[in-house]
Design a protein around this ligand. Structure first.
Ligand code: GCV
Length: 675
């Protein structure tokens, strides 16, 4: 449990405070053809509208008729022209989950493809606030870029000895489980589902991909727990997935093997999937971490990952379920003396030879970079190398390496860069290459949901970017501020812009420089320049008195740069063209190597660390301007965490600067302290 967990009931409203519905709630709203037509999400929309209009004095009218009949003459609400009409119209030619918004003759109209579209259309109107009723509102059509927008929870049912209740969780315990069991009261899960629906998320995997003993049983004799979770998510259009262990036929089924090509193993998965669907007809599917960091997998039987994924996929196929099979496969028993093995190469080397061998309902889930959710690493080349395989891009909302929800780090800035990156340099993006977008959740039972209240913006931003990767992170930030702090003093927006825009760049400045990865201490928090350097998990910087960085070129290094298509293979291969921010990821260079910026590597490190840490002090000062302008508890929490960020950034600054000084012997030309 974090020190922030409160025992009293109640939680922060995040981006759905009642006031965010005020513009809508004051109006006369008509829902056409609802409810009771077998579309449960329409009932959710009606309940939201009823609550909003009751609170703010508006009026809700449920009218008969379909959307088409209302085209000319909008339904009258006892003589009034309605301000807002919402209707599902399957004939409107909108993509699944999509909706259109237009305004004419004093009425705003939301036409949805289906009931999910109606729900998303409602939240669109909420986001617009008064703007939804402005005659200047331009007509617009909306549909998700990605059909599957999923959050993976790394929640354990039992508290794990090392990883706790939520692996890499920084916001208290799990909102699902407590003390070895599903919580009795799932009201908060419903509130969470509502927040997710308002951001655009439509799938949730409810347990850790490291599937331990108790958690494995969610698939079988603890399935009732998953049934209850599915019930809590269903009214919000969210389907539930389960992380399962590849070893389940042995550990749960009592078989002597889990060889994917053994017919008894296939039968076990078939029977198990059937029972899951009998209990949860809209179950989403399985998430699998196999042959990865000690989890069982097909390698033990001389089989490959396609064999492994397909046996599960065939069990799910009759019901429309999918397998998200993770590509996070690498050797975590490396020898730092071995300079050939390169963790960055591993996923590509294992998976790309299998392109085209995965069944239709397998989605290979790829972390955005080749290592592990670092502040700066190149985009994984695998995302461009499996054209005959469905891929999911995996992001991490929980800030494992990015400040653990103690540091302000507005992740959409980084995700937007990843989603929009063009692997072939020809306009096609990562978002085009990945069918699904998935992220590890940052939520816990903390009253602010995310520990750091400002980390709520990351959760919100994930859903919005998964829906529309072209959204500008700066606009998304304003949108989140507008919803979370409705009617606040304009200084709130100014300060939050100041703190959060560019916060990824600030974090990068004071932590691992120029694409060197890890450099983190135990638990992946705080500086540990050599902490991983001689460990079996990989070697990340090879610093000595002459230079630093990993040679990943084809010419003289591990060859990783050659996993990219052109133009990137050549761009990264050459010192002349490799972008500064990734220099040490791809090249080993002397400390005096001159960057494109004109600075030497070592002076760049001195300067960025000094400036980045100083910036956190400014951030803390800026926040103090909001005393009295935002909720006291929220103000206090952020102030406390900023103090920790300032402390931690100072520690990073001093350790990294001193490390570079002691290894290079080059003084800081600006003359800052070195120890
Ligand atoms: C769930 C990193 C994390 C692990 C995590 C793993 C993964 O290595 O440190 O806690 O395990 O990624 O993504 O499977």
């Amino acid at each position: 449990m974090s020190e922030h967990t409160v025992s009293t009931p109640g939680w922060h409203a995040a981006w759905l405070p009642d006031d965010a519905f005020a513009s809508l709630g004051r109006r006369t709203v008509v829902v056409l053809g609802a409810p009771g037509d077998g579309a449960p999400l329409v009932a959710t929309v009606v309940a939201e509208l009823r609550a909003a209009t009751d609170r703010s004095g508006g009026r809700l009218v449920l009218a008969d008729g379909d959307a088409a009949s209302a085209d000319g003459d909008l339904p009258r609400a006892d003589g009034d022209t309605p301000d807002l009409v919402l209707a599902v119209d399957p004939a409107a030619g909108l993509p699944a989950e999509g909706y259109a918004v237009e305004r004419a003759r004093g009425t705003t109209r939301v036409t949805a493809a289906d009931d999910a579209g109606l729900l998303y259309g409602l939240f669109h109107v909420v986001r617009l606030g008064e703007g939804a009723f402005d005659d200047a509102l331009a007509p617009s059509r909306h549909a998700p870029a990605h059909a599957v927008r999923m959050l993976d929870h790394w929640d354990n049912v039992d508290v794990h000895d090392v990883m706790g209740q939520v692996e890499r969780g920084f916001a208290g315990g799990s909102i699902f489980y407590s003390d070895g069991a599903l919580r009795d009261d799932l009201t908060r899960v419903g509130a969470y589902a509502r927040l997710l629906a308002a951001s655009g998320v439509n799938r949730v995997a409810v347990n850790n991909v490291n599937v331990h003993r108790t958690e494995a049983r969610l698939l079988t004799d603890r399935l009732d727990d998953v049934v209850r979770l599915a019930e809590a998510f269903r009214p919000w259009g969210i389907r539930v997935h389960l992380a399962v262990s590849f070893g389940a036929p042995m550990t749960l089924g009592g078989l002597a093997t889990c060889d994917p090509l053994d017919p008894a193993v296939a039968d076990w998965w078939t029977g198990t999937a059937r029972r899951v669907y009998e209990a949860i007809p809209d179950f989403g599917g399985f998430v699998v971490k196999a042959d990865s960091e000690g989890q069982p997998g097909p390698f033990a039987y001389g089989r490959d990952h396609a064999d492994g994924a397909n046996v599960l996929a065939r069990a799910l196929a009759p019901y429309g379920g999918v397998v998200h099979w993770r590509a996070f496969v690498y050797n975590h028993h490396q020898d730092w003396r071995d300079r050939k093995t390169d963790r960055a190469r591993a996923a590509y080397d294992h998976f790309t030879p299998l392109d085209g061998k995965f069944d239709e309902n397998v989605v290979v889930q790829v972390k955005f970079g080749p290592l592990d959710f670092q502040v700066r690493e190149p985009v994984s080349p695998m995302l461009a190398a499996m054209p005959r395989t469905h891929l999911a891009l995996e992001l991490q909302v929980t800030q494992e390496y990015t400040g653990q929800q103690k540091h302000v780090y507005y992740l959409p800035e980084q995700w937007s860069e990843v989603l929009g990156w063009e692997p072939w340099g020809d306009g096609r993006t990562v978002s085009d290459a990945a069918r699904d977008v998935v992220a590890v959740s940052n939520v816990g039972d903390d009253r602010f949901w995310t520990g750091h209240p400002l980390a709520q913006a990351n959760l919100y931003g994930f859903g919005r970017l998964a829906w529309d990767p072209a959204l500008d992170p700066a606009d998304l930030l304003d949108e989140w501020v507008g919803l979370t702090f409705p009617g606040a003093d304009p200084r709130v927006q100014d300060v939050l812009r100041d703190l959060m825009r560019g916060s990824r760049a600030t974090y990068e400045q004071y932590t691992a420089p120029l694409g060197v990865c890890f450099m983190v201490g135990p638990g992946h928090y705080g500086p540990g320049v050599d902490y991983y350097e001689y460990s079996p998990w990989g070697t990340y910087h090879f610093a000595d008195r002459d230079g630093i960085g990993v040679d990943r070129t084809r010419a003289s290094g591990t060859g990783y740069a050659g996993q990219y298509p052109e133009p990137w293979a050549s761009t990264y291969e050459s010192l002349d063209t490799c972008p500064d921010e990734l220099l040490l990821f791809f090249h080993h260079v002397p400390y005096t190597h001159v960057l494109h910026s004109g600075k030497t590597v070592v002076q760049h490190v001195y300067d960025t660390h000094t400036d980045g840490a100083a910036r956190t002090e400014e951030m803390a000062r800026r926040w103090s301007d909001l005393d009295g302008l935002v909720d006291d508890a929220l103000f206090g929490r952020v102030r406390e965490l900023l103090a920790e960020q300032v402390r931690s950034a100072g520690e990073w600054r001093d350790q990294v600067r001193t490390y570079f000084w002691r290894h290079s012997g080059v003084p800081d030309e600006r003359g800052g302290p070195l120890y």
